[in-house]
Ligand binder design. Structure first.
Ligand code: FAD
Length: 334
């Protein structure tokens, strides 16, 4: 499990890698080859596979997660969301995970599309949603409790956290806004969560304040894994940050010369420097408490390889024998 991997890994730096299931068979094969290269070169502590809210990608997610679990000798963590989802879908996912040997679940609430929320409200008012039993899950903590209740200690459970506050809390983006979510994060830990992965962010100071308060008020032992998204394209960087309510510090924006923002090669290279700097500031700012870094890979390998090889901390992961694979990753055309 991820819990065990953290203990075995001791003080060594590491990464974890997030992937999403591609739509086509060719995309899947391509991704599996990438995942193989990345697992060989970077020896991630674990890899995670995302889940479409409401179960929209459930079969593709389960298929990719099952193959990965048995292919790469790296623990797989299955994302699972719980709102607005049929009981059968959640049970099927957990049973399949257990059957194929997956031991880790990232238990999430998910975001229901507005129309679905409306439909569900109507169903509730009309006294039920037909034949399908919908779980009465409103928050991720309900899923954590359910998994514990049905599977005991079999699954190691991760939960999400928001260094800049979750958007539902309607807090203005400011350094204190995560405080509103803190009691609910605490509930998830008390319900049995074993580790925390954060929403992507670029403001390291905000993450550091969050981590400090988490240590003081919730747990000194539970791993907090910062979520980092490489910058491959300026428009996507801007859009993803807005969608995730991640603020971009002016000092980071200023690193991208306005006339070069449409040049992806330049943007990627500046982005790698930014991420390398973030990794080292997080490590130093937490006195080495944070040493595993979660990479939202977007299924791309090149910038991840460059971040790891240029980071004085993370390059310790690379053994000489793996350097060829890293070179292959850098050459791979994203
Ligand atoms: P929760 O912990 O339930 O919190 C949601 C909000 O409700 C917060 O504002 C919280 O403070 C509040 N809250 C919690 N409990 C209570 C309570 N008892 N009373 C009142 N308010 C409460 N989405 C996907 O669809 N698929 C994915 O694969 C996926 N992967 C993700 C991975 C990571 C690392 C992260 C950070 C997010 C991911 N998401 C994913 C997005 C996630 O589903 C959304 O951000 C969702 O809006 C919140 O999920 P949560 O698990 O944090 O919810």
């Amino acid at each position: 499990t991820i819990r065990e991997r953290f203990i075995l890994n001791g003080d060594n730096p590491s990464v974890s890698l997030e992937f999403f299931p591609p739509k086509t068979e060719a995309g899947k094969q391509n991704l599996l080859a990438r995942m193989g290269r990345m697992c060989t070169a970077l020896n991630p502590l674990f890899i995670t596979i995302t889940w479409g809210a409401g179960g929209t990608t459930s079969e593709k997610t389960l298929e990719l997660a099952s193959i990965a679990q048995n292919a790469f000798n790296v623990p797989v963590c299955l994302h699972l969301t719980c709102t607005n989802t049929a009981k059968s879908v959640i049970d099927h996912a957990l049973q399949t995970a257990q059957k194929v040997g997956i031991r880790n679940i990232l238990a999430l609430r998910g975001d229901a599309p507005i129309s679905d929320i409306y439909e569900k409200q109507q169903q509730d008012q009309e006294g039920g949603g037909g034949d399908e039993e919908i779980f009465n899950f409103n928050y991720a903590v309900d899923l954590v409790r359910y998994i514990k209740q049905v599977y005991g200690e079999y699954f190691c459970i991760g939960v999400a956290a928001y260094p800049e506050g979750h958007c539902d809390s309607e807090a203005e983006i400011n350094s204190k806004s995560f405080l509103r979510d803190l009691p609910f994060l605490k509930q998830k830990i008390e319900a049995g969560a074993d580790f925390v992965i954060t929403q992507m962010f670029y403001d390291v100071d905000k993450f550091l304040s969050f981590e400090k308060v988490f240590r003081e008020q919730i747990s000194s032992a539970i791993p907090v894994i910062p979520g980092l998204m490489p910058i491959n394209n300026f428009m996507i960087f801007n859009r993803a940050s807005k969608l995730s309510h991640a603020s971009i510090p002016q000092a980071i924006l200023d690193k991208f010369p306005i006339d070069l923002r449409s040049d992806d090669d330049v943007v990627k290279s500046i982005g790698v420097d930014i991420l390398v700097d973030m990794v080292s500031r997080i490590y130093t700012g937490t006195n080495g408490r944070v040493k595993c870094f979660h990479m939202y890979t977007l299924n791309l390998e090149k910038s991840i390889a460059q971040i790891v090889s240029r980071s004085p901390l993370l390059s310790q992961i690379l053994e000489d024998e793996h350097n060829n694979t890293v070179t292959e990753m850098v050459i791979a055309d994203d």
